[in-house]
Design a protein around this ligand. Sequence first.
Ligand SMILES: Cc1ncc(COP(=O)(O)O)c(C=O)c1O
Length: 452
Amino acid sequence: MSEDRDGKSTRQEGDSFFVQLDGDRSRSRTVESAKGVYLYYSDGSRLMDASGGPVVVNIGYGRQAVADAAYQQMSKIAFSYETAIIRELFAKLDQFTPDGMSRFYPLTGGSEAVEAAIRFARHYHLHTGSTDKFKVIGRWSSYHGYTIGAASVTGNVLRRQGFEPLLLPFPHIDPCYCFRCPFRLEYPGCNLLCADKLEETILREGPDTIAAFIAEPIVGASGGCLVPPDDYFLRIQEICSKYNVLLIIDEVMTGFGRTGTNFCIEQFGIVPDMITTAKGMTSGYAPMGMLIVNEKLMAPEEPRVEGFGSISTYSYHPVSAAVACAVLDILAEEQLVERSRKLGSYMFNALEKLKSHPNVADIRGRGLFAGVELVRSRSDNQPYDRDAKFAQRVLDNCKSKGISFYSGTGMAPGLTGEHIMIAPPFVITEEEIDTCVAVLEQGITEVAIELN
Ligand SMILES: Cc1ncc(COP(=O)(O)O)c(C=O)c1O
């Protein structure tokens, strides 16, 4: 949420989980505590958080074990680059990540992890003789963060708007958005033209200049859970390998069990060169991001790079590391990744009934990560005009009924297109999922009636 000159709040997409501050801040309610999937407010009200904030709180709110781990670590040693806890975290991550993804560079959030991946790509090519390689290709309808490098590879036009003069001139290709295929083709007849566009772009820009390609495995807030066909990333990896382009998979939103496996890319049968991640790793209990690099880039044989020194003051933070260790323990002990997969199936079954709703065009995702694309009418799948703020009004409606979701806009032609995401903490129950779906259905219906 941002503020205008009078100090009034001006709301943007995805603001629904923020406390709404009006002119008089003293009268605004605040979140006092939280447990499981519920937030408890100072005015005595309760809200079911069906997106875990901006898709962060994988293990659920109010975990005493995580608070204890943070307290104990802070009591022992709150700041040093040489603590045992950071080594413990690397050992745990080594077990949790895909084979070979075993070099860890801790940071303080997702944007920084993406920034570090861009730097690493440049660092790698500099040290392996491809000194002209520096560009990173991104995709339209993507989000990779707000820092300048991360914003430059980001393809969400609304989030780039106004900042273009500051951004690096990196190329973008179309996303894999089958529901509104940019090429008006259908899988498998399309023969993955959208993936082949990567090769075309590399050749047009000059392969000697391209350092890396970055993509979310399932596009989050900028697309509403866009799932590519199973062979999309295989083709992408082939193209990257052919031109010595590093493949960065951005799992800031999809990592740590969100889509039903530890990392989402595992479901597409490839191991990338780098993974960027954050959010679910600490589940919001402390800030932390991580750049994970494939060991093969740093192996003793050529080509290789020596260590990578891109760190900031709070990289390796012991308290965040203790929190991440406690989160990983909870994920394992309570088999929460499996729970995300199983309850994900339940959620997609429950969402089936929304498929016939006149304002629901598409439902997609994996695990506990669902996107519901909204339209004015299913007859032509035209979205509402942006001014109608359909998705935002649905969010407000559902919030007034006690449930918050997450939304995004701008993925359809003309920067229209709206979706609502359901991405609850993994501790949600089947009954609570049913309530979410019922409230969402009612919210969409009521707002559509208001608008028509
Ligand atoms: C896929 C993806 N990458 C990067 C980021 C940026 O992460 P952060 O907000 O922690 O800087 C986000 C944030 O939503 C994201 O969804």
